[in-house]
Design a protein around this ligand. Structure first.
Ligand code: NAD
Length: 272
């Protein structure tokens, strides 16, 4: 599936610590988590402009609390069911073999870490963490606790007050500043965590090759990272089953599913 020219490039240029990657929703599609723009699934039932947006979520809580409870249950049920696929695992192997310096991801599903990657830069946060809205303390949202919360939503979803009670129980007030915790993901229009963004730039400064995997590259500032890497002299390889907004910038394109292409890259490098 990988064209000969690209195979040769990979063989000769994937050097120790000189490859970085930027992943998007497409890498997790085959783990059962629908992409934003793909057909079918969660985001056709729940408009991301409402459900991935702070003001949309707050007004849904006020006007249609049952819809919000249903969304939380559907969203987390999908994430809790998902497991890393061969693409996530291949990236973890490339990191272990010291080829890949870092995995920069726009995903919030935690699957890269679950697959064994250690140097993961989560530009848009992680759905399995909560964060204080004021002082940015973070706490892991344990999966058992999450499952318990979903069960409570299922039985209490008819009442605004009961939904608020469930929310306040699982998103408590911060012991340091007294403000409330929220899910630690970046919603539409919010600022990215600056420490994660700086780490991403640092890796891009040092990489010879950037792999773009399963992203439409329509969401900024994440989509600005390939442009930065290119300016710094990196070659760009895209792995996607369709062209992205930045395909024209890429030096090499591998058209296909991430879960097939990434293990093939391991094979080219002799790790399969
Ligand atoms: P996107 O939905 O805009 O685009 C998905 C991309 O993946 C498309 O280019 C599509 O062609 C490609 N794709 C689909 N299946 C693929 C496969 N099997 N192999 C390779 N490529 C495949 O996603 P995006 O660019 O990541 O941007 C959307 C935003 O949505 C991000 O900010 C992200 O935080 C968020 N999001 C995250 C998740 C997740 O955490 N898994 C899921 C949905 C959305």
């Amino acid at each position: 599936m990988i064209p000969e020219k690209v195979r040769n490039y990979i063989k000769n240029n994937f050097k120790e610590g000189k490859v970085a990657c930027l992943t998007g929703a497409g890498i997790s599609a085959e783990s059962g988590i629908p992409t934003f723009r793909g057909k079918g699934g969660l985001w056709e039932r729940y408009d991301p402009e409402v459900y991935a947006n702070t003001s949309g979520l707050i007004s849904t809580l006020r006007t249609h609390p049952q819809d919000l409870a249903n969304f939380i249950v559907d969203f987390y049920s999908l994430l809790l069911k998902a497991h890393p696929n061969p693409a996530h695992r291949a990236l973890a192997i490339l990191e272990k073999e010291n080829i890949l310096s870092s995995t920069i991801t726009q995903n919030i599903d935690g699957l890269h870490r679950q697959a064994g990657s250690q140097n993961v830069i989560e530009l848009h946060g992680n759905a399995f963490r909560i964060r204080c809205t004021q002082c940015s303390n973070t706490v892991v949202f344990e999966k058992d606790k999450l499952r318990e919360m979903l069960e409570l939503f299922k039985i209490n979803k008819d009442s605004y007050i009961k939904i608020l009670k469930v929310l306040s129980r699982y998103f408590p007030r911060c012991a340091t500043c007294g403000l409330r915790y929220r899910i630690d993901i970046v919603l539409f229009g919010e600022i990215l965590p600056q420490d994660e963004l700086s780490r991403a730039y640092k890796h891009l400064n040092n990489c010879d090759v950037l792999l773009l995997i399963g992203s439409s590259l329509l969401v900024y500032p994440a989509a600005g990272l390939p442009l930065y890497a290119k300016e710094k002299g990196a070659k760009i390889i895209e792995v996607n089953n369709e062209p992205s907004a930045l395909s024209g910038l890429c030096d090499y394109i591998i058209t296909g599913r991430a879960s097939e292409v990434l293990p093939e890259i391991l094979g080219v490098l002799g790790y399969a």
